[in-house]
Design a protein around this ligand. Structure first.
Ligand code: XMP
Length: 517
């Protein structure tokens, strides 16, 4: 799919020097409505030439250009006349390759810095106030600019914080405009794209949908397509998009493992069968799953059983559909790029990940493989999927199984489902702006004594988990108001027989994880 975008759209290539920043840069470019792709840093000048990019951005990378094995680029790319923006490590490389100096220093600069624009002739930082906040994360920095460049900004610690040579269309910044902490970061990205590289902002969700619909139709012809639905964002948007393209040629198989949250399974059926009129096979596999999980307490074993059973059930149904040749999968761009390594942008073989039974094979269509998660949500919204699905919080594939500690039984599932519904209802009503990343209930494998009325109880506790986060890599426990916690606790204990205690998890990640298990 990416080939068609790249042929039709002006494309910015982001050379990935191994920092987590490359994906962020690509996303910022797309937010400016310009299509971007991440490529390995060692892409050759010939490959760049053949892809005809409208501009290049060199990402940040390791802390020092002098580090062992520090990645270098094909320097001929700098002389091709393509507009290039070098960021952080990318700036240092640009300087080194073109005859500037990057002296070894022991003084790094990390975090906020005051950026001062020093040359009114500069194009990249034109229109910026003389002083603003920028985000820094580097050890070395450029000591003298290559011939033809002017120095355009500095900070207290870094004398050359930005440089440019408009004649050769080369621009560079030591700070990170792609990071939200940089005050005028997105303005700088936009200036580079629109004013300097003269790329029109034409990439929109409607483009993505139209182009995808067209290429799916072409690819599939008159064949039948199947798609596994899980209720998650990726598979739902894939199904909705393929359905827009080929209508009745699509059959969706929804393997309902019975480990979903309250009403979630019914919602999948309502949306796809009743709203989209998709040919939907709803496999109610709860009992099968519960019997397989009976007596199993090890979290890894639970995950393995649930994962293997999914494909078993799925292929049992898929092979009943005569003439189906294609399997639609919700692979996203971050699954395709292995960021942070020299293998960036090399394509992982998803065929290897799907355990096709002997003698069974489907060709894959992966209409979302050029998209980031937030773009997938926007496509889903545009296609008419409800917020419950497109704005869904991350939810593990094995569902509530990871939130029940110890053996999974029907009774425990029901207790957890009811408690979780209360937690979600109460926090959603309070958190209208969506400041909390994820919230849910957990059922630990213990009982404790309590008293209700005149009677002693020996019931189960519910743990409430609510965290703030930007990417789930790190997280902090949400500072929920005590009144809200009190309401949740009262409701759970009053409404659910068998629960006699509610605890709130005040562990951040690290050292904790978001899920229990
Ligand atoms: P942890 O618990 O490792 O979770 O802090 C990080 C994020 O990943 C989600 N998660 C999953 N998502 N399939 C998923 O799609 C899974 O198996 C899975 N396990 C954990 C978790 O909810 C959190 O957002």
């Amino acid at each position: 799919m990416s080939a068609s975008y790249h042929e039709q759209q002006p494309t910015v290539l982001v050379l990935d020097f191994g920092a987590q920043y490359a994906q962020l840069i690509a996303r910022r470019v797309r937010e400016a409505r310009v299509y971007s792709e991440i490529v390995p840093y060692d892409i050759s000048a010939e490959d760049v030439e053949s892809r005809k990019p409208a501009a290049l951005i060199l990402s940040g990378g390791p802390s020092s250009v002098y580090a062992e094995g520090a990645p270098r680029m094909d320097a001929r790319i700098l002389e091709m006349g393509i507009p290039i923006l070098g960021l952080c490590y990318g700036m240092q490389l640009m300087a080194l390759e073109l005859g500037g100096e990057v002296p070894r220093t022991d003084v790094g600069e990390y975090g906020f810095a005051e950026l001062q624009v020093v040359d009114p002739r500069c194009r990249l930082l034109e229109d910026m106030p003389e002083r603003s906040q920028a985000w820094m994360s580097h050890r070395d920095s450029v000591g003298s600019v290559p011939e033809g460049f002017i120095m355009t900004a500095r900070t207290a610690i870094t004398p050359i914080a930005a440089m440019e040579d408009p004649g050769r269309r080369l621009y560079a910044a030591q700070f990170h405009p792609e990071v939200a902490h940089t005050q005028f970061g997105q303005e700088i990205v936009r200036r580079f794209l629109y004013e300097i590289a003269e790329i029109p902002p034409v990439w929109t969700m409607v483009n993505i949908i139209d182009e995808n619909v067209e290429s799916i139709r072409e690819q599939v012809g008159a064949d039948r397509v199947i798609c596994g639905l899980s209720g998650g964002v990726d598979s739902s948007v894939t199904a909705a998009l393929v359905h827009r393209a080929v209508g009745d040629q699509l059959t969706c198989v929804f393997v309902d493992h019975g480990l979903m949250r309250k009403d979630e399974g019914a919602e999948v059926v309502r949306v796809f069968r009743d709203q989209f009129h998709v040919d939907l096979v709803h496999v109610q596999a709860q009992e099968r799953y519960l019997s397989l999980l009976s007596g199993v307490t090890d979290p890894e074993q639970k995950r393995r059983i649930i994962g293997e059973e999914f494909w078993k059930v799925f292929f049992e149904e898929a092979t009943k559909l005569k003439g189906a040749r294609w399997l639609a999968q919700g692979t996203l761009y971050p699954d395709v790029i292995e960021s942070g390594s020299r293998t960036a942008a090399k394509i992982k073989s998803h065929h290897n990940l799907i355990p096709f039974p002997d003698g069974v094979h489907f060709d894959l269509i992966e209409p979302l493989r050029a998209l980031f998660k937030d773009e997938v949500r926007a496509v889903g919204k545009e296609l008419g999927l409800p917020d419950d699905i497109v704005l869904r919080q991350p939810f593990p594939g094995p569902g509530l199984a990871v939130r029940i500690i110890g053996e999974i039984t029907y009774e425990k599932l029901e207790l957890l489902r009811r408690a979780d519904a209360i937690v979600r209802e109460e926090i959603a009503a309070w958190d209208r702006d969506g400041t909390v990343w994820q919230y849910f209930a957990v059922l630990p494998d213990i009982r404790s004594v309590g008293v209700m009325g005149d009677e002693r109880t020996y019931g189960r506790p519910i743990v409430v988990r609510a965290v703030t986060s930007v990417d789930a890599m790190t997280a902090d426990w949400a500072r929920l108001p005590h009144e809200l916690l009190a309401r949740i606790s009262n409701r759970i204990i009053n409404e659910i027989e068998g629960i006699n205690r509610v605890a709130y998890d005040i562990t951040s990640k690290p050292p904790g994880t978001i899920e229990w298990e």
